[in-house]
Design a protein around this ligand. Structure first.
Ligand SMILES: [Fe+2]
Length: 465
């Protein structure tokens, strides 16, 4: 028992086994009165441990921090996906990883969706997202699951956890990979207008089957990164990793005009790398600039023979991609902007797809020997130069920082950052609120939970109407 407790405290990955409501949370410092709304977060929290399941495929658990008039409350709920409900009834795991059913699972059970990666609000709907399935609609107050949302049957198949909302038009732009079935090179692309109507949905072929976690959208273009965490049905069928790091395949990025079609996609090439997340991208004359968190080698996924990748190279750094659209070259440039290990980049979303002057990401502590655990926040300008840097006490970890503007017409970057912090020594979590332009000063308020929120993926703020 004591051994388990120590093992658990080395990281904050293990699931929590309960759902709770905490109506009045203790606040250290003072919550800004302008913060009125809810921070929703999502992450893997398996209901039942499945043998050999990747951390990525645990059931989604939502955590909602509601803030109003300087007070804070909390609620967490699992997303009740078909998989979650079937396993709940069975009292055990029925799926392993990536939709793979366990041998003794019922034959008619086919949906392994976990809805665990992101939660967004668009066209009046709160949607839990996970890239291999349709969005799952969630009731905002209760966090009750309403079920898959397919936009009146106009959308089918996989739907990225990282759609982009155009700040000028309110249009949501999305894609899906494995669009022709598991481990296929087909991608889908589509859009939903500000009223929630699907306006476009089509499919096209990518250079090879890969895990495509995020994409790039600017005012007039959409870019599809095909990077060599490859998918292979042949490998999967022979008991090898379905997804593996194959740098020889190289990096491709397909550039399409938003008002064009998939037939006109121009494929750019570069040295192999992997990117889970894009900070922002914009057009600059004949060029597209995209700031991403780039890994030299993929983390979390092995070589095709099962060997792990090099841990020194499987860390992400803030990196700028430059695409020359003048037709002179089919290569794109990759330039690191910092040497700090980081992930989960965010911006003031009012500048999504437009030139931005502020960005934030979670970073590792460069003074600690082991990279991996994210334990600080960096504030950068529009060229990746550090404007501020805050490190947590040793051992504590931090989530993706979510920006909330002070008011609708506040200047870019004027507002707060909300991040969930795990206090390693106490083995519980705080919601930390930072002044977004002065992260160096540390949190201006801490909302204290009695329990821990496991390290998750993504979240978003939904302001009170
Ligand atoms: Fe992500």
């Amino acid at each position: 028992m004591q051994h388990d407790a120590i093992a658990e405290r080395r990281n904050n990955i293990a699931p929590i086994p309960f759902e709770a409501d905490a109506p009045f949370l203790r606040v250290i410092g003072e919550l800004p009165r302008e913060l009125n709304g809810t921070l929703y977060r999502n992450g893997p929290n398996p209901q039942f441990e499945a043998p050999g399941a990747h951390w990525f495929v645990g059931d989604g658990m939502l955590h909602a921090f509601h803030i109003e008039n300087g007070r804070a409350s909390y609620r967490n709920r699992w997303v009740r996906t078909p998989k979650w409900l079937a396993e709940h009834d069975a009292g055990r795991a029925l799926f392993g990883g990536f939709g793979r059913k366990l041998p003794d699972a019922p034959a008619d059970l086919t949906d392994g969706g976990v809805a665990n990666t992101n939660i967004i609000f668009h066209a009046g709907k709160l949607l839990a997202l996970e890239e291999a399935h349709l969005p799952t609609e969630i009731e905002p107050g209760t966090l009750a699951t309403r079920g898959y949302h397919n936009y009146q049957g106009r959308i089918a198949g996989s739907f990225t956890a990282h759609p982009k909302i155009d700040p000028a038009t309110g249009e949501l732009v999305f894609f899906g990979y494995n669009a022709a079935g598991p481990l296929t090179p087909a991608l889908s692309y589509g859009s939903i207008d500000a009223s929630g109507k699907a306006t476009r949905f089509e499919r096209f072929e990518a250079p090879y089957a890969s895990m495509v976690h995020d994409f790039i959208v600017t005012e007039n273009h959409v870019l599809f990164p095909i990077l060599p965490i490859t998918g292979s049905m042949e490998r999967a069928m022979s008991g090898k990793p379905p997804y593996a790091w194959e740098p020889d395949k190289g990096a491709y990025v397909g550039v399409m005009k938003r008002n064009g079609t998939a037939k006109d996609i121009v494929w750019f090439r570069a040295e192999a790398c992997y990117v889970f997340h894009v900070m922002n991208a914009w057009e600059d004359g004949n060029r597209i600039i995209a700031d991403v968190m780039q890994f030299e080698e993929a983390p979390l996924f092995p070589h095709p023979d099962g060997r792990p990748t090099d841990p020194e190279k499987s860390r992400a750094r803030h990196c700028r991609w430059t695409f020359d659209l003048s037709g002179n070259t089919d290569r794109f440039q990759q330039t690191y902007l910092d040497d700090l290990t980081g992930e989960f980049p965010r911006i003031d979303d009012r500048r999504a797809g437009l030139k931005s002057r502020h960005g934030w990401y979670a970073c590792a502590n460069p003074r600690l020997p082991m990279f991996g655990a994210l334990s600080g926040i960096v504030h950068v300008d529009g060229n990746g130069r550090r404007l501020g840097h805050y490190l947590l006490p040793t051992g504590d970890t931090i989530s993706e920082p979510v920006f909330v503007e002070r008011s609708k017409d506040a200047p870019e970057g004027d507002g707060w950052l909300l991040a969930v912090v795990w206090r390693a020594r106490e083995n519980r979590s705080d919601l930390a609120v930072f002044n977004a332009t002065d992260v160096e000063a540390g949190p201006v308020a801490l909302v204290q939970l009695g329990h821990r929120v496991p390290d998750g993926f993504h979240g978003n703020w939904v302001g009170a109407a």
